[in-house]
Design a binder for this molecule. Sequence first.
Ligand code: PLP
Length: 430
Amino acid sequence: MKIEKSRALFSEAQKYIPGGVNSPVRAFKAVGGDPLFIKSSKGAYMFDEDDNKYIDLINSWGPMILGHGHEGIAQAVREAVDHSLSFGAPTRKEVEIAELITHMMPSVEKVRMVNSGTEATMSALRLARGFTGRDKIIKFEGCYHGHGDSFLIAAGSGAATMGIPNSPGVTKGTAQDTLTAPFNNLKAVQDLVDRNNGNIAAIILEPVAGNMGCVLPQEGYLLGLRDICDKNGIVLIFDEVMTGFRLSKGGAQELFGVRPDLTTLGKIIGGGMPVGAYGGKAEIMDFVSPAGPVYQAGTLSGNPVAMSAGLAMLTYLNEHSEIYKSLQDTTSRIAAGYRLSLDKLDLKYTINHIGSMISMFFTDQPVFDFDSAKTSNTELFGRYFRGMLERGVYLPPSQFETYFISTAIDNSIADEIIRANHEVLEELTV
Ligand code: PLP
């Protein structure tokens, strides 16, 4: 595979951009090799600067549910650009998208637009603290909520561990307000709540985790968290930046029938433009400025171009709920094809999938939390990743990420992915 132009750009980029990229995972450090510089995309495919073609299983880390270059979204953006790039004043589109979100996700009675998932989770956390008058939060090992200081906390061994910052620059003071527990372990959460009686403002989680690879909540887990929050006056926050409007029209909360108090949303509601949002019970959201005392603002929040893209995307999803069955069918087809190859090659790797999210872990153990995800052989994953890339399949460059399936991936493209997977696994076993 020729990647000279990407290589030259990466070397140039490193002179001017820290590590040569604007978000760390793009540097391919976890898998080795040089990152590819992408020039264009269409449907299920991306093309790099050297004109190599890849089936895209990253899909911009979630938002391209409808594949690249969806005409309805592109047209909405073109029309919006003709009016202006930004006003800094309220617009009709903001009202329309807020109304649509509350319709599609009924636990969200009011919603505030921001510019990224990170902003959404940071703001939701401040709101939960302002609303409850408490400081501490519980997050889960292996869940990612963006790069806000409160979330960059290493999970300690065991639920009782006080937070230890895992990025220089996060103060001990901030870290000690973040308590961590293993995913899918209700007892660990109950213990933390008991030990910090009356001090927990919020429990935040990805209801289906995508950031330790795809990890599903076990039966009763989300309801159990709902129950703990109800009994202890804790705000339950579902971070649906990846799952909202992807796993179903109403996100993971609709799929599992559990209503959080607040929900954070991100990239998907911008259809690929930089957007985030947080919303939930009106009683809580009315604490946000200017209705209430919790301050949060943004010059470009509710940007008209981003709102137009998001509105076009959500309107399409709202009117075409049949796509969720078809996304699930494509994902199940890929999972079945992978399993067949694993059987033929006598390999025992673990596949987790739900809706249009799927991961294969290079471990023979079930993966239900971060510790079990970490039993994966990441060196083997790196070789697998590079083998898939050489065969034109672009996976997320880390074992601890989910692949995202788009509606542009039809059965024949799914079969190409299955074939590439078989060839690479075969190559790795000799
Ligand atoms: N929350 C979740 C679940 C995410 O997956 C991400 C990013 O991938 C974020 C929050 C942060 O979003 P952003 O990268 O837009 O700041």
